[in-house]
Design a protein around this ligand. Structure first.
Ligand code: ATR
Length: 270
């Protein structure tokens, strides 16, 4: 039976085995998908061993996406632009392909929600791995402007080197009353600790607000706060999680599972 896994540290919380097992059932694929806890200083050996034992592919999560990028022999265009890999495929000819399906998974979810980024002014908070993955695919949707705001300006400026259309700033630029954005995306890790970004409350008014994080309910501290302060529509990132998984599954198996029933089932078990 073909073997796949999600690799990360920590990994116990990962919902990927649930998602991919359901994809395999619905598309009649003979495969198994597990969790692989990787020691922080042993990425290469852990992946080599999995491969030697017949592994066909991996999803890679925090904090190894940059190391997965370095491990791959060939990169898809979107992985190369993101500077990070979340999907590895071990091909029969021995090559290792690195892809990044995070951004396309995010766009899948945006379309599911009926949102459209064309001609829109977009504010992205955070310049870590999560932000890097979504910027290229958002630019492909022809927004009018993307402002990338980060506590550490240098990290935003590094991303700007790959995406010259991007504007970058720190949170101080979000304290004025005269600014507004159509879409606000939280790509920071703040929601994990129940914290909110330091920005003017008026920014939420009339905006579409998305948090890449997800929680037990279909809200996060950020989306709840945004809703209370006048956001038109809000979403957590569970749909993105299922969307990126469907694209990884397609890369490995050549079939496209339907994310919708899996998203519904996942929401019920959270
Ligand atoms: P990920 O790969 O999930 O994006 P990460 O690379 O650790 O994780 O990035 C976390 C993001 O959350 C970063 O943009 C980080 O800001 P810095 O680059 O300045 O560290 C942001 N973040 C984390 N804690 C924050 C805080 N207390 N205030 C503002 N931003 C924060």
């Amino acid at each position: 039976m073909d073997k796949y896994a999600v690799l990360g540290n920590p990994i116990n919380h990962s919902r990927s085995p649930f998602i991919h097992t359901m994809f395999a059932e619905t598309t009649l694929q003979n495969m198994e998908y597990g969790r692989l806890l990787c020691p922080l200083d042993d990425f290469k050996n852990t992946v080599d061993n999995f491969r030697r034992e017949g592994g066909k592919g991996l999803n890679v999560t925090v904090p190894f996406k940059e190391q997965a990028y370095a491990y791959a022999d060939t990169l898809t265009d979107r992985a190369s632009k993101a500077g990070a890999v979340n999907t590895i495929k071990f091909c029969d000819d021995g090559t290792v392909v690195g892809d990044n399906t995070d951004g396309a998974g995010f766009i899948y979810d945006i379309k599911r929600l009926g949102w459209n980024f064309a001609g829109k002014r977009i504010l992205i908070l955070g310049a870590g791995g999560a932000a890097r993955g979504i910027i290229g695919p958002i630019l492909d949707e022809s927004p009018e402007e993307i402002l990338l705001v980060n506590r550490t300006l240098e990290k935003a400026q590094l991303i700007q080197k790959n995406f010259s259309q991007l504007k970058v700033a720190t949170y101080e630029s979000l304290t004025g009353d005269d600014i507004s954005y159509d879409v606000i995306i939280n790509a920071t890790s703040l929601s994990l600790s129940g914290q909110l970004p330091q920005m003017n409350d008026s920014l939420y008014k009339g905006a579409l607000v998305y948090d890449l994080m997800y929680g037990k309910t279909d809200t996060t501290v950020f989306t709840e706060y945004a809703k209370e302060h006048g956001a038109t529509q809000v979403s957590d990132g569970l749909g993105m999680l299922v969307g990126q998984a469907a694209l990884s599954f397609n890369l490995w198996r050549g079939v496209s599972p339907d994310p919708a029933p899996v998203l519904k089932a996942l929401r019920e078990i959270l």
